[in-house]
Design a protein around this ligand. Structure first.
Ligand code: HEM
Length: 489
C-alpha cells in the first residue's frame, strides 16, 4: 500500500514537470525554427557560399585560414551571409560603399563580443553603447589632444631605446635571430604604463617589477594566457591597484591648492580626472578602472602586432627598408632627439606603415547589431537585429579595390593614388563616430619606433620561419615574429 501511495504522490509532480519541460522545449524549438526562417528570408538577396544545415559555414574557416576569406571576397565582391550554426548568421561586408553606410550609424556593438569583453575589461569605451559611451568618449577625448600627444614622443622614444639597448646586448655585430614580438609587446606596455599613469615599471628589464605592480603573476604570461579563463578565475584581467587612483585624486587636489603643476607631461589619469572635475561629469572609480583596463588592452595588443608586422614587411622588402632608413637619417640624423614636426616629414616611412596596416590590419573586423533597418547604396536592405561584421581584412584584400592585394607596395599611399580611392577603402582604425580614439597615438608610436630601430639595426627575414597569424579579435602571431637583426655601425 505504501509503495503505491508513494508512486501516486510522486508520479504526478514528475509527470507534470515532464510535460512542462516538453512544452518549453517545443516552444523553444518553434522559436528557433521561426528565427531560422526569418534569417533565411532576410538574407535571401545576398548570395554566399553553400552552407551545411547544421554547421553553417564554420567548417569553411575552421582553421582560421584568412586565405579562405580572401577567396570568398573575390567571389562575392561586396558581402555575404555567414552562418555560424542553424539559427545564427552574421552578415560580412568588405565593400567601401557598404562600409561607409554602416560606419556612419551608431548601432550598438555586437553582444557576442561584449559578452567576452565586459568580464575581462569592465565597461569601457570599447564595449559601452548609447549615452554612457558618449559621456566616456567626451571625457577621454582630451587625452589624445595633439599637445598631449606631442609630449608623449619623448616617453615613447625612451621605451624604444631601452629595447634597443637589450637588442644590442643580444646581437653584437653579427646577424642574430631574435623573436621580436615579445620584446615589442613589453616595450609598448612600458610606454602605455607611462602615458596612462606615469608608472615606471622597469618591465622591459625586470619582469618581476611588473608582477609587483599588477599584484599577480599572470600579466607576465599574457602571451599564453587565455583572457577568458583568467577572467573567470581572477576577475578583472588587468587590475591596477585602486590605491593609484586614490593617490592621484589626492595629489591633484593638493596641486590645485598649491597651483603646482610642474609635471613633465600629463598622463591619462591627470587628464581624465581634471576633465571630470571641470564639467561636473564624473567617472566612478570602477568606471575609471575599466577605462584604464580598456586602454591597456586596446593599446598593447594592437600596437605590439602592428609594429611587429611592419618590421616583418620591411625585412621582407629590403629596398623599402633602405629607402625608409635614408629618409629617417636625413630627417633625424642620429635620432638623439625626435620632434613632432620631424615625424610629419617622414612621408615614405608613413606610406610603408600604412601599407603594412593594409596588408595586416591588426583589428581583423568590427561588428554591430543593427538597431534599425539599413539600406546600402546599391538598394539592398537588411532589417534591424542582424549582426553585421565589417571585415577589415576582407576590405584591405579586396581585389575590386586593390590591384595585386598581396603585394607590399607603399606607393599605393602616395597622395595621388590615395586621392583616387574611395574614402572607406582603408580602415585599419575604423571610421565614423566610433573610430579608434588612439589612432594618432598609434601612428606616432609606430613612427618613433620604426625610426629608432632602422637607425640602429638592419632587419632580414628568416626564410625558414614565415609569419603565421592567429586570427582572434586582435591578430597575433602564431609562433612569434622571428627576424635577423644586425647592429649597424
Ligand atoms: C595600430 C594600432 C591600433 C589599431 C589597428 C586599432 C584599431 C581600432 C579599431 C579598428 C577600432 C574600432 C573597434 C570597433 O568599432 O569595434 C578601435 C577602437 C578603439 N581603440 Fe584602437 N587601434 C589601435 C591602437 C589603439 C591605441 C594605442 C589605443 C589606446 C591607447 C586604442 C584605443 C581604442 C579604444 C578605446 C577604442 C574604442 C573607441 C570607441 O568605441 O569609442 N587603440 N581601434
Amino acid at each position: 500500500m505504501d509503495s503505491s501511495w508513494l508512486e501516486t504522490r510522486w508520479a504526478r509532480p514528475f509527470h507534470l514537470a515532464f510535460v512542462f519541460c516538453l512544452a518549453l522545449g517545443l516552444l523553444q524549438a518553434i522559436k528557433l525554427y521561426l528565427r531560422r526562417q526569418r534569417l533565411l528570408r532576410d538574407l535571401r538577396a545576398f548570395p554566399g557560399p553553400s552552407t551545411h544545415w547544421f554547421y553553417g559555414h564554420q567548417k569553411l574557416i575552421q582553421d582560421g585560414k584568412l586565405e579562405k576569406l580572401e577567396e570568398l571576397v573575390e567571389k562575392y565582391p561586396r558581402a555575404f551571409p555567414f552562418w555560424v550554426g542553424p539559427f545564427q548568421a552574421f552578415f560580412y561586408i568588405y565593400d567601401p560603399d557598404y562600409a561607409k553606410t554602416f560606419l556612419s550609424r551608431t548601432d550598438p556593438k555586437s553582444k557576442y563580443l561584449c559578452k567576452f569583453l565586459v568580464p575581462c575589461l569592465g565597461e569601457g569605451l570599447l564595449n559601452l553603447n548609447g549615452p554612457k559611451w558618449f559621456q566616456h568618449r567626451r571625457l577621454i577625448t582630451p587625452v589624445f589632444n595633439f599637445n598631449i600627444l606631442r609630449s608623449y614622443i619623448k616617453v615613447m622614444a625612451h621605451s624604444v631605446n631601452i629595447m634597443l639597448g637589450k637588442w644590442e646586448k643580444i646581437c653584437g655585430t653579427q646577424d642574430t635571430l631574435v623573436e621580436v614580438f615579445g620584446h615589442i609587446r613589453l616595450m609598448t606596455l612600458d610606454t602605455l604604463m607611462k602615458c596612462i599613469f606615469s608608472q615606471e615599471t622597469n618591465c622591459q628589464i625586470n619582469r618581476q617589477d611588473l608582477r609587483l605592480f599588477m599584484g599577480h603573476d599572470l600579466l607576465c604570461n599574457l602571451f599564453t594566457v587565455i583572457v577568458f579563463a583568467v577572467t573567470l578565475v581572477m576577475g578583472n584581467y588587468y587590475s591596477i591597484p585602486d590605491q593609484i587612483i586614490q593617490d592621484r585624486k589626492n595629489s591633484l587636489k593638493d596641486e590645485k591648492k598649491q597651483c603646482n603643476t610642474q609635471k613633465k607631461y600629463q598622463d591619462f589619469l591627470d587628464i581624465v580626472l581634471s576633465a571630470q572635475g571641470e564639467n561636473g561629469d564624473s567617472f566612478s572609480d570602477t568606471e575609471l578602472r575599466s577605462e584604464v583596463n580598456t586602454f591597456m588592452v586596446a593599446g598593447q595588443d594592437t600596437m605590439g602586432g602592428s609594429i611587429s608586422w611592419l618590421l616583418y614587411h620591411l625585412a621582407q622588402n629590403p629596398e623599402h627598408q633602405e629607402r625608409c632608413r635614408e629618409e629617417i637619417r636625413s630627417i633625424l640624423g642620429d635620432g638623439s632627439s625626435i620632434t613632432w614636426d620631424q615625424l610629419g616629414e617622414m612621408s615614405y616611412t608613413t606610406m610603408c606603415i600604412k601599407e603594412s596596416l593594409r596588408l595586416i590590419p591588426t583589428a581583423l573586423s568590427i561588428s554591430r547589431e543593427l538597431s534599425k533597418p539599413i539600406t546600402f547604396p546599391d538598394g539592398h536592405s537588411l532589417p534591424a537585429g542582424i549582426t553585421v561584421v565589417l571585415s577589415i581584412w576582407g576590405l584591405h584584400h579586396n581585389p575590386a579595390i586593390w590591384e595585386n592585394p598581396k603585394v607590399f607596395d607603399p606607393l599605393r599611399f602616395s597622395q595621388e593614388n590615395a586621392n583616387q580611392r574611395h574614402s572607406h577603402s582603408f580602415l585599419p582604425f575604423s571610421a565614423g563616430p566610433r573610430n579608434c580614439i588612439g589612432q594618432h597615438f598609434a601612428m606616432i608610436k609606430l613612427k618613433v619606433t620604426i625610426a629608432l630601430i632602422l637607425l640602429r639595426f638592419r632587419l632580414t627575414p628568416d626564410p625558414t620561419r614565415p609569419l603565421s597569424l592567429l586570427p582572434q579579435v586582435i591578430l597575433k602571431p602564431k609562433n612569434g615574429v622571428h627576424l635577423y637583426l644586425k647592429k649597424l655601425s
